[in-house]
Write a protein that binds this ligand. Structure first.
Ligand SMILES: NC(=O)c1ccc[n+]([C@@H]2O[C@H](COP(=O)([O-])OP(=O)(O)OC[C@H]3O[C@@H](n4cnc5c(N)ncnc54)[C@H](O)[C@@H]3O)[C@@H](O)[C@H]2O)c1
Length: 439
């Protein structure tokens, strides 16, 4: 890992390759363009708005993160996208219905420029969608090569210095790990033989990694965790991250559950339900795509509450998650959580949370931060899974055999301490040694 003055500079342009031009991607692109024009503030973005304390409390050093580490500038970002629908980013943003039309209209010129390339797609992996803007090829390897050709042409046209690819496309059906995923050779052979265990998201990831481009998996699909893609990331020295953007209800869970656990309050039931009316909600209405999401959402509480360590407090936890497709609500998801908690002498209490959230408004800054931080990781020559970015993921990937960290506050400490270490600053323990020294 390169540190401080050794880190490669963020010179030139950064290409952002978006797989899927739906609600999250269009909200993200529109936001970046609005910020660049001075029309909007990057609210929700840690890289743009958060400060980081350095040194002792008495030193009063708290720069903005973006002034502390060498991040790419928003002005240096160029976008490319793929989608199964032909709509450009302006039309797609209108269709997504996240932002007001009047707002989108002020950005029409910028958004119209982003026209998606034909996608690598098969209905076998997303049952609820039908699009015609699709690549055809002899086999899955041929499709990966077509993606690489799109990327190479974009890089040349925009004269890019670096790129990052992010999966912000629909959630694919639940897939189990397969023997063909075990080695790069068997994976490539399976691509040439059109094996069903190779999902479209894996073809995009393969194309990115082959070209040395960091890949972020914003959905819960089985993807980067297969050994073949992990091995490719290592071999090509590329940082990767996943999976599933942490927004909405899960963000709330990872804020509240650590607090209950910190105070040793028991939890024996957590019922979470959602109504959601956007295309993501429609895709998740298919039980096979929902299963992928459910596994991602369920794992969070188990890992925070550590049932095996605290059987009296969390051993009987009943955790249920539901997503209901309800078109009138559009992207403005509403979630309800009923949490059954247990206090002193076993007395039961309840917490009810009704979150009227806007999913893509929460996801867009997460996507921005992930892109900027993974680009930074690459310039620090850090590669493989970037656990320090767990803060942004619903189901953070780890090195094989390790437990993921889901507690938002531990994740935040890890993120900030990694940045401090990167810049050769002392890590902060909050011990306040200078205070104890006077005692
Ligand atoms: N909105 C959030 O807060 C949030 C949070 C966590 C994860 N996610 C995940 O992010 C992804 C995007 O969410 P969204 O709300 O933007 O969904 P969306 O349905 O609005 O957009 C997804 C887009 O991907 C396109 N697509 C599907 N398969 C494709 C393929 N193989 N190649 C290229 N394009 C393809 C679809 O046509 C669609 O335009 C979903 O998987 C969702 O589960 C979203």
């Amino acid at each position: 890992m390169l540190r401080a003055e050794e880190i490669h500079a963020a010179k030139g342009k950064l290409g952002v390759l978006l797989v899927g031009l739906g609600a999250v991607s269009t909200t993200f692109v529109a936001g970046v363009e609005a910020i660049k024009k001075g029309q909007s503030e990057p609210i929700g973005s840690v890289s743009q708005m958060a400060t980081i304390r350095l040194g002792k409390r008495t030193e009063n050093r708290s720069p903005l993160i973006k002034d502390f580490v060498p991040l790419a500038k928003l002005e240096d970002i160029e976008f490319l996208a793929w989608d199964i629908f032909e709509a450009d980013a302006y039309e797609a943003a209108l269709k997504a219905g996240v932002l007001e039309k009047t707002e989108i209209d002020t950005l029409e010129q910028e958004l119209r420029k982003l026209k998606p390339h034909k996608a690598v797609f098969s209905k076998d992996y997303v049952k609820k969608l039908d699009g015609q803007h699709i690549k055809h090829g002899a086999n899955k390897m041929d499709l990966a090569e077509q993606l690489m050709a799109d990327i190479a042409a974009f890089k040349a046209e925009k004269q890019l210095d670096r790129m990052v690819m992010a999966w912000a496309a629909s959630t694919e059906v639940y897939l189990e790990a397969d023997a063909v995923h075990l080695t790069l050779d068997s994976f490539e052979q399976a691509m040439r033989e059109n094996h069903p265990a190779i999902a479209p998201s894996m073809i995009y990831a393969y194309a990115a990694l082959q070209m040395g481009i960091p890949f972020l998996n914003g959905a819960p699909n089985l993807n980067l965790e297969v050994p073949a893609l992990r091995a490719l990331a290592q071999a090509k020295k590329v940082p990767v991250g996943g999976k599933d953007f942490k927004t909405g209800q899960t963000l709330m869970k990872t804020i509240i559950a650590p607090g209950l656990k910190a105070r040793m309050i028991g939890v024996n039931g957590w019922f979470s339900t959602n109504i959601l009316g956007n295309r993501d909600g429609e895709v998740l209405d298919d039980p096979e795509s929902f299963k992928t999401k459910e596994v991602s959402k369920l794992s969070v509480l188990e890992s925070i509450l550590e049932q095996e360590k605290y059987p009296h407090l969390y051993g009987d936890l009943f955790h249920k998650v539901r997503i209901n497709y309800y078109p009138p609500r559009g992207d403005n998801k509403e979630s309800w959580d009923n949490i059954d908690i247990i206090g002193w002498m076993g007395y039961p209490m309840q917490i009810k949370i009704n979150f009227l959230c806007r999913d893509s408004i929460l996801a867009a800054p997460v996507l921005l931060d992930l892109i900027l931080f993974i680009d930074l990781a690459q310039r620090c020559e850090m590669y493989g899974v970037q656990e320090w970015l767990s803060f942004f993921w619903k189901s953070p990937m780890t090195a094989p055999g390790l437990q993921p960290e889901n507690d938002l506050f531990i994740q935040q400490t890890k993120l900030k301490n990694t940045l401090r270490y990167m810049m050769k600053e002392d890590m902060i323990t909050h011990l306040g040694l200078e205070y104890y020294d006077q005692m």
